[in-house]
Design a protein around this ligand. Structure first.
Ligand code: SF4
Length: 290
């Protein structure tokens, strides 16, 4: 069941500080909750206070707020879509908040970075091509190349093979794009074979970069959900997690160093960067870019 809500503010962050992974200064969440059902989702953590996470709340005044807030910004900084939910969940096809937000971003000439598992992002290639004249990057999250395993760990997200196809479409349209290989889940996806397959397919699809995160996080709220899903989908693994990580927040694979080195070397071989190119403010010529 979806609900409409009103937000007081739509942009978080500030231009003076950029995220070291993605170079984003601002964050935007047009919806509350997410329907992709990933078993490891950090946004379920209790500290975020999102009740009924699987039933999406739609911020009905998001577009007006974005217009107002961008108009008052003195400095440009990259706006990150997709920090607390996926901005291309299926309901975006009907409500189009992400598309309308990108139109506002284009109007105000802000740079943008999108993280998504939603293949619907290809619908907005026209807008992303325009915004690319400032800066646009799309990172598709892919944690395995197996559709079958993907459906176990990200049950309501598009199939992994469909995500690779979307990546290829973005690359062919000239959009700066790559993969967020995160999380790498201990005991499930932390193998050289998995890393190698993702890097190989990424190259075939035209990815420019892969950002790897060799572990996952667990805390109150997402831990309980994750364990419940492990019992359902990977019997016996919960006990191994408890024994290995206890109450730890950062749960790195015990093969962290080995996998990290392997990842770096195989990305080098495939000519794929392991860091993103960020937006750099520059003096723009007068007149409209679009
Ligand atoms: S797509 Fe992201 S926000 Fe949505 S359930 Fe998966 S991890 Fe959570």
């Amino acid at each position: 069941m979806t609900r409409f809500i009103s937000a007081r503010k739509i942009l978080g962050g500030s231009a003076s500080k950029a995220d070291p992974w993605f170079g984003t200064s601002y964050t935007i969440n047009l919806y509350r909750g997410c329907s992709h059902g990933c078993i490891y989702c950090d946004s379920r953590s209790k500290c975020y206070q999102i009740d009924d996470f699987d039933n999406i709340q739609i911020k009905q005044n998001a577009i007006d707020l974005l217009h107002q807030e961008l108009r008052s910004k003195k400095a440009r900084g990259t706006i990150g879509f997709g920090s607390m939910n996926d901005c291309y969940m299926p309901l975006e096809a009907t409500h189009q908040l992400s598309r309308r937000a990108l139109e506002i971003v284009r109007l105000h000439r802000f740079p943008v970075h999108i993280i998504t598992k939603g293949t619907l992002v290809t619908r907005d290639i026209d807008l992303l091509q325009d915004i690319s004249k400032i800066y646009a990057a799309v990172s598709i999250t892919i944690t395995t190349t197996s559709d079958q395993l993907g459906q176990k760990i990200e049950p309501n997200a598009p199939l992994v093979s469909e995500r690779f196809a979307a990546l290829q479409q973005l690359a062919e349209a000239g959009i700066y794009c790559g993969i967020t290989l995160m999380p790498v889940i201990p005991f499930i996806t932390d193998t050289e074979e998995n890393i190698r397959q993702i890097v190989t397919k990424a190259r075939q699809a035209g990815a420019k970069y892969i950002i790897g995160g060799f572990g996952m996080t667990l805390r109150e709220g997402n831990r309980e959900y994750f364990y419940k899903q492990l019992d359902r989908r990977f019997p016996g693994l919960k006990e191994r997690f408890i024994q290995t990580f206890g109450d730890q927040y950062n749960c790195y694979t015990n093969r962290f160093k080995q996998l990290h080195n392997y990842f770096n070397s195989i990305c080098r071989e495939n000519d794929i960067a392991t860091k993103m190119r960020f937006y750099k403010a520059r003096i723009e010529k007068q007149g409209s870019l679009f």
